[in-house]
Design a protein around this ligand. Structure first.
Ligand SMILES: [Zn+2]
Length: 231
C-alpha cells in the first residue's frame, strides 16, 4: 500500500515486529473474563430481592414493587449486583393490564444487560394528563409511572449502579436547624404528627419537586435538597 505524505515529517520510529508485543504478556484466557449481564444467563433458583411499598393517592390500594437482583461473578473481584426482574403487586386491579406490560418490558431490559439506568429518566418523565400528585413528605410525582421510575432509581442507587446524591452530614444538620428555627417562629399548631412532612405553608421547590421551600430572613430555602435563593 502506498501512502502519500503531504505534511512535513517531524518524527518517526521503527515499527516493532508484531511478535514482540505479546511475548512477555500473560495470555488472557477467554473464560477468565468477567461475565456481563446478558439475556442468555439462566435464572438461578433463588434471587435476592427488595420490595418497596408505594401508596399513590390515585390508586385505591398500596402497590408493592419487588426488584430481584442477580449476583454476577460471585466471590471474584468482578462481583456485581445487577437488577434481573421486577414485579408489581397490588390489591387494586384498575391498573393491572399496563402494570404487567410495564414490568415485563422493564424485566426484559434488565436481562439484556448494558446500561439500564436510562429507564429511570424515561419513566420519571412520564406526565399524567390528569395532573400528578404529592407523595407523603411533599414530593411531587407527575404520574404513577414516574413513581415506579423513582423506586427503580432508589434501587439502582442502593445497589451502586447509580450515584447516590446523599447529602453531607453537615448539610443535613444545617437544614434540620433551619427547619426547627422556622417551625419555632411559626406559632401555629405544628405539633401534630406530621414529622415526615414539611411545614404546611412550604412551597414547591423547582429543583427537587418537593413542597419544602420556606422563606426565612429573605431567603427561600428548600428543606429537602437545600437549594437556596436570596432575594
Ligand atoms: Zn428542593
Amino acid at each position: 500500500m502506498t501512502v502519500k505524505i503531504s505534511n512535513k515529517i517531524v518524527g518517526y520510529r521503527v515499527k516493532k515486529a508484531d511478535t514482540s508485543a505479546s511475548e512477555h504478556q500473560v495470555p488472557v484466557q477467554a473464560d477468565t473474563k468477567p461475565v456481563q449481564m446478558n439475556e442468555y444467563i439462566e435464572r438461578p433458583d433463588f434471587l435476592l430481592g427488595t420490595t418497596y411499598k408505594i401508596k399513590p393517592p390515585i390508586a385505591e390500594h398500596a402497590m408493592y414493587i419487588t426488584i430481584n437482583d442477580i449476583l454476577l461473578n460471585e466471590d471474584t473481584d468482578h462481583e456485581s449486583r445487577q437488577p434481573y426482574e421486577v414485579f408489581i403487586n397490588s390489591k387494586s386491579m384498575e391498573h393491572f393490564q399496563w402494570v404487567i406490560a410495564l414490568t415485563r418490558v422493564i424485566s426484559a431490559v434488565f436481562r439484556k444487560g448494558g446500561d439500564v439506568t436510562f429507564l429511570v429518566e424515561e419513566l420519571r418523565s412520564v406526565y399524567d394528563p390528569n395532573g400528578g400528585y404529592f407523595k407523603k413528605g411533599g414530593v411531587f410525582m407527575p404520574s404513577l409511572v414516574a413513581e415506579i421510575g423513582a423506586v427503580i432509581e432508589k434501587h439502582l442507587k442502593a445497589i451502586g449502579l447509580l450515584e447516590s446524591d446523599e447529602m453531607s452530614e453537615t448539610t443535613k444538620r444545617i437544614l434540620a436547624e433551619k427547619r426547627a428555627e422556622f417551625e419555632a417562629s411559626q406559632s401555629a399548631a405544628t405539633n401534630d404528627d406530621t414529622s415526615n412532612d414539611y411545614p404546611a405553608n412550604a412551597t414547591m421547590c423547582g429543583k427537587c419537586s418537593t413542597k419544602a421551600v420556606i422563606v426565612m430572613d429573605g431567603c427561600a430555602t428548600c428543606l429537602s435538597c437545600g437549594d437556596s435563593k436570596c432575594g
